[in-house]
Design a protein around this ligand. Structure first.
Ligand code: MG
Length: 526
């Protein structure tokens, strides 16, 4: 039996909240969000029950890719404040019992980064090999281009260097050469720097691209990419044993699993601590479009268990377009037609630049059901700022900025005073999730809701101490679900989300019969 301590593995039942300092709260009245504003508003997040902040990039940037184009990995963009303000945030967050992680964007730099400027200046530059240069333009197909509407190739000719450089993203974002040991040392220094200032880990941007060496280099005897990720993890743990790496790995489940590290049976994660569940998320939208729980149920049945110390990170929306790239063409068309009928709502042919409530026709029953599902699913829930108040997108803004508009503080103030608001529902869900440790720690099973209950996702999570059964109705009709729970035969279950509701008995034959209203949801616990 392994020694485990639940609070050591704090991420297993964390509530992570992603925000961009620039759009969250303006503390100095110059129209741009900043660290002071975030500090002033941190009690909103504390009351919501957030346990970990995830900060989008706040580093100095020419801002041609919303801060994901960095010119100094050791600084704070002056529009957002100073390093001093950053440390004040760390101190304030710690005071509220919140951890903080931040985006680690090390696949590329801004083309304006002094390293790149030096690199292109001369073949003898000490930074020349920090990027990937080629005399001839290598072959690449359009499938490798991340932003097909903007870029047609992964390689750009630089007149000063008289060579081509690799850029997986925009041409103003040259890829770093992570096979260079000096670059690897520098990346470790960057991580060490921010951990010294209090960060509890990083959300690692574009992990498969970061590790990618195939096609970009000629030598066959390159270092194994996963060894590099394991090295980074080992380095991080030497500095801070409870720090995490939350990875952006949008691949099918079997291809995602290796990013947790080799399955050694010891329960530890040698590489990423958490990977986002992109597959489950996309199948959930297919379920919503069809009013049929089967796609999400199927994804949950197929989803491999991560190592015991690791976790999936679950989410409804994030800061990017809602990517539907892992659905079939026909499935993607179904979701587009249901939730993004206008061409202007779609992006790159693979995603939707809208937030949840507007996609669901602002039907609050449906919105509440989706968030109930998020908090009841096995995995660490990650919220994107504004979701707690039902913010919608602003399609007048270009591209992904539609979902990155300024936080609506007047709506927060209004909803705080209304016990029936979405914000209060979200607080109740967070409380319930934190009070039911079996959701984070237990074994989960997808249940058969019964032949007449296809719209219902029924699942249970159990430990030796308790079981939670969750039911979610994806349809606009009343549905009776009749899952079987033979171990709980004859036992009463209490309603977790509605303490006033009467307990429900599981029948002597193990059947739990529950009538759900349209888009209804219930959590029942032993
Ligand atoms: Mg400001």
């Amino acid at each position: 039996m392994r020694l485990t301590s639940t609070s050591d593995l704090w991420w297993k039942n964390a509530v992570i909240y992603c925000l961009d300092v620039e759009t969250f709260a303006d503390g100095n009245g110059d129209g741009c969000g900043d660290f002071r504003g975030l500090i002033q508003r941190i009690d909103h997040l504390h009351r919501l029950g957030v346990t970990c902040l995830w900060l989008m990039p706040f580093y100095p940037t020419p801002d041609r890719d919303d801060g994901y184009d960095i010119t100094d990995f050791y600084g704070v963009d002056p529009r957002l404040g100073s390093l001093g303000d950053f440390v004040e945030l760390m101190r304030t967050a710690r005071d509220r019992g919140m951890r903080v992680i931040a985006d680690l964007v090390i696949n590329h730099t801004s083309a304006q980064h002094p390293w790149f400027q030096d690199s292109r200046s001369s073949p003898d530059s000490r930074y020349r090999d920090w990027y990937v240069w080629r005399d001839e333009r290598p072959e690449d197909g359009p499938q490798g281009v991340v932003f097909p509407d903007q870029e047609t190739s992964l390689w750009e000719y630089d007149r000063k260097a008289k060579q081509y450089y690799l850029h997986r993203f925009y041409k103003h974002q040259p890829d770093l050469n992570v096979t260079n040991p000096e670059v690897r040392d520098e990346i470790a220094r960057i991580m060490g720097f921010w951990m010294e200032l209090g960060l509890s880990g990083f959300r690692v941007d574009a992990v498969p691209f970061l590790l990618e060496t195939a096609g970009s280099l000629d030598a066959a005897d390159l270092p194994e990419p996963h060894d590099y990720l394991a090295d980074l993890t080992a380095f991080q743990r030497r500095r801070n044993g409870e720090a995490v790496l939350l990875g952006e790995v949008n691949l099918p489940y079997p291809d995602t699993m290796p990013f947790f590290g080799p399955a050694d049976g010891g329960g530890g994660t040698d590489e990423l601590t958490m990977c986002f569940d992109f597959i489950g998320m996309q199948q959930m939208y297919l379920s919503l479009a069809r009013s049929d729980a089967e796609p999400i149920a199927q994804a949950l049945r197929e989803r491999p268990d991560p190592p015991e110390d690791g976790h999936w990170a679950t989410f409804v929306r994030n800061h990017d377009e809602l990517t539907l790239d892992k659905l079939t063409d026909a499935q993607r068309t179904e979701v587009f037609e249901a939730f993004a009928p206008d061409e202007d709502m779609r992006l790159y042919g693979r995603g939707i630049r809208r937030r949840l409530p507007s996609m669901l026709g602002n039907d609050e029953r449906r919105v509440r059901m989706v968030y109930s599902l998020l908090f009841s699913l096995p995995g660490t829930p990650v919220l994107f700022y504004g979701e707690e108040i039902g913010m919608v997108e602003d399609l007048s803004l270009p591209g992904r900025f539609a979902v990155r508009s300024d936080m609506d503080w007047s709506a927060v103030d209004e909803q705080r005073r209304d016990p029936g608001s979405l914000l209060e529902w979200m607080r109740r869900l967070v409380d319930a999730y934190r009070e039911c440790p079996e959701l984070a720690w237990g074994r989960y099973t997808v249940l058969d809701p019964g032949v007449d209950a296809r719209p219902v996702l029924a699942h249970c999570c159990d430990t030796e101490d308790a079981t939670v059964v969750a039911l979610h109705n994806f349809a606009d009709t009343d549905v009776r679900a009749v899952p079987k729970l033979p171990e709980l035969a004859g036992k009463p279950l209490t309603d977790v989300l509605d303490p006033a509701a009467k307990p429900v008995d599981v029948a002597a034959d193990g059947t739990l019969a529950i009538d759900l209203p349209p888009y209804g949801c219930r959590w029942l616990r032993t």
